[in-house]
Design a protein around this ligand. Structure first.
Ligand code: GTP
Ligand code: MG
Length: 621
């Protein structure tokens, strides 16, 4: 067997002295492990998950050697169909501004489905950049009794090839040697002289690979086949999905919420002790009421939010989320929403910002815009603290099915359902009006089920906690301090005003007439204003205004159940998120859509909240 490296084609980018490539791109189909490999090579922590379209932008990272690796969205061919694919192809062609031209390519494919990628392999090799073909998922291939002889595949493709497992870290030395330059690669990787089975012929070569014994397709995953009978069943599938959701909310209220309450009570007790040791009353009030208690009140919701993130991560990384998108398409696709929209929409349960970015994977412009416009209706994790606070304060903890289901969990589910219904209603409306058009075809990759990786779950917990703590320690803390000062100013003879006579109260008086028809008060209005900066700050603002970490008790006396229901509905439907507005502006490249979205959502939220309040009053709630 020849171990000569193919002569470099004329188009190969110049390499620095020493032979190492400066900038290397990770190209390949979706969901084959490109980002897993990127994270392993660079030590970064980009999102990895078991469905197609997780990465939607380019991301660069450095190797220890100083070389740059660029992770890219997945592509099926070099003719892009969606915005994310355009980015990948542009980077490969050296046309993407702010990304350096690639010197070499790591072409990653999934070894358990090699037959599906031959066209892409051919197209990428034909680009002429030095390319190492990485056949990933070696572990799964072996487990399912498949086989690949990388040397024989390299001979057929006319390109260096290595069999790896990005998640287990096997085969990495081949990459290191390739990246260090052609001589090392030649020593390691057997490659045919150019002119063998050249790239454009690859589409027919998979048969060749099989015939020559270089590749044996693995058996189907039995678990995937068996479980999908239930998961995708027209009746049992949706029931199963509902059961998963119910279980998640029940865990949230039975375990995570009580843990959070205990945490904030404990923090509050510490705050009181510290406050008692500070001789100056005003300094003590600023530190304890203005800073500590506000922060403690929000921190108490960290376990609830993390519980939600663990559930979403497990559903995504197991491969179930793609099935949930199919179920959603079957049951809700009638509103004119393309099935491709459901994956971004489901990820909006974590946060609308990445979900709106994920719409880049939707090929149709109309479907993409519709998804962007309705994504903020999905219940993001920042709404959770407010829901949890109000539900715990107003809805009795009654058991409905023993320990399996409670009234509070059901109420939470209804709020999630309300957001979803508003999203579907809006999609239908758009389909009739601004975004008329033929429904586009829905095709989705159903990945094999995988055991969710503990590392992925722990990283999701770590990353989310970091984001949350940073938010609490910066934005919410500053906002809360501002609320405290404004609710105690002006000072008279060095003494703070009563809250009722403060600047903030005057501001609240201005908005109160708007809120009265919803059964809401000045304090609630002020907290809703702060929600524009960060939704969670409703909790800390109320805690500061009522002077207690648990604002629920004071709220109960102030707005009653009818007001609380109106507030929940308003909060479920209102836009109130500057970060989302900014990303909608960026992704639609216009101010028109974020403004239309904000106006529409505010009007809808107000009207629905008003109707809720009136109905609740009519029933003497
Ligand atoms: N068994 C196994 N699973 C792997 C391996 N590498 C990656 N995975 C899993 O494959 C799934 C997809 O991984 P990603 O790294 O997100 O794939 P990607 O190619 O970046 O996907 P997109 O960004 O959607 O294009 C995840 O569930 C990973 O845990 C591997 O070597 N073996
Ligand atoms: Mg990726």
């Amino acid at each position: 067997m020849s171990t000569l490296i193919a002569p470099a084609p004329a188009t190969v980018a110049p390499r620095p002295a020493g032979g190492a490539y400066r900038t290397v791109g990770l190209i390949g189909p979706p969901n084959v492990g490109k980002t897993t490999l990127f994270n392993r090579l660079t030590g970064m922590r980009q999102k990895v998950s078991n469905y197609s379209g997780v990465t939607v932008e380019h991301r660069s990272g450095k190797l220890k050697s100083g070389q740059t690796v660029v992770d890219l969205p997945g592509v099926w061919s070099l003719t892009p169909e969606s915005e994310d694919q355009k980015i990948a192809v542009n980077v490969l062609m050296g046309k993407q501004h702010n990304v350096a031209k690639l010197d070499a390519v790591l072409l990653v494919v999934d070894g358990t489905q090699l037959h599906r990628y031959m066209t892409l392999i051919g197209q990428v090799l034909a680009c002429g950049l030095p390319t190492l073909v990485l056949i990933n998922m070696a572990d799964e291939l072996t487990a399912r009794k498949g086989f690949i002889d990388p040397l024989a595949v390299a001979r057929e493709l006319g390109a260096p090839t290595a069999l790896i497992s990005a998640s287990r870290g096997t085969g990495m030395d081949a990459i290191t040697r390739f990246l260090s330059g052609e001589h090392a690669a030649a020593a390691l990787l057997p490659v045919l002289q150019a002119g063998g089975n050249a790239a454009p012929g690859c589409a027919t070569d998979c048969n060749n690979l099989t015939k020559t014994g270089a590749y044996r397709r693995p058996n189907h995953s039995r678990f995937t086949r068996e479980f999908d009978r239930w998961a995708l069943h027209p009746v049992i599938g949706p029931i199963l999905c509902l059961l998963f959701i119910m279980a998640a909310f029940q865990i949230m209220f039975r375990a995570a919420y009580p843990a959070g309450t205990a945490l904030s009570n404990w923090l509050s007790a510490i705050g009181a002790t510290i406050g008692a040791h500070i001789p100056n009353a005003i300094v003590s009030a600023i530190l304890v009421d203005g800073i500590w208690n506000g922060v403690a009140s929000v921190l108490g919701f960290l376990p609830t939010i993390l519980c939600m993130f663990v559930v979403i991560t497990v559903l995504e990384d197991s491969g179930y989320m793609a099935r949930a998108a199919v179920i959603a398409d079957r049951t809700m696709g009638r509103v004119g929403l393309n099935g491709r929209s459901f994956l971004p929409l489901l990820s909006a349960y974590a946060c609308a910002v990445p979900a709106i970015m994920a719409t880049r994977a939707i090929p149709s412009k109309k479907d993409r815009l519709a998804t962007i416009l309705i994504a903020p209706f999905m219940t993001c994790s920042a709404r959770l603290p407010v829901y949890a606070l109000l539900i715990a304060a107003f809805i009795p903890a009654r058991k409905l099915l023993g320990n399996a289901l409670g009234l509070q969990a059901i109420t939470m589910m209804l709020l999630y359902a309300l957001g979803l219904l508003a999203a579907l209603f809006t999609a239908k409306l758009l389909n009739f009006s601004m975004l008329k058009g033929q429904p586009s075809l829905f095709a989705i990759e159903l990945p094999n089920y995988r055991l969710p990786r503990l590392r992925t779950i722990l990283l999701a917990i770590y990353d989310r906690s970091k984001v949350f703590l940073k938010q609490v320690g910066t934005v919410i803390l500053v906002l809360n301090l501002a609320v405290w000062f404004l609710s105690h100013m002006p000072f008279h003879n060095g003494q703070p005003s009563e809250v009722g006579a403060s600047y903030l109260a005057h501001l609240g008086d201005l908005i109160e007439p708007l809120l009265r028809p919803l059964g809401l008060t000045r304090n609630v209005g002020i907290s809703l204003l702060t929600a524009f900066v960060a939704r969670e700050s409703v909790v800390s603002t109320l805690a500061t205004l009522y002077g207690s970490v648990n604002a629920g008790v004071a709220l109960r006396a102030e707005i009653g159940l009818a007001g609380a229901l109106a507030l929940l509905v308003f909060f479920a439907l209102a836009m109130q998120c500057t970060a989302t507005l900014a990303v909608v502006r960026r992704e639609t490249n216009s101010w028109k859509w974020p403004l239309v979205q904000m106006g529409y959502m505010t009007v809808l939220a107000y009207a629905a909240s008003f109707v809720t309040y009136r109905i609740a009053l009519a029933f003497h709630v």
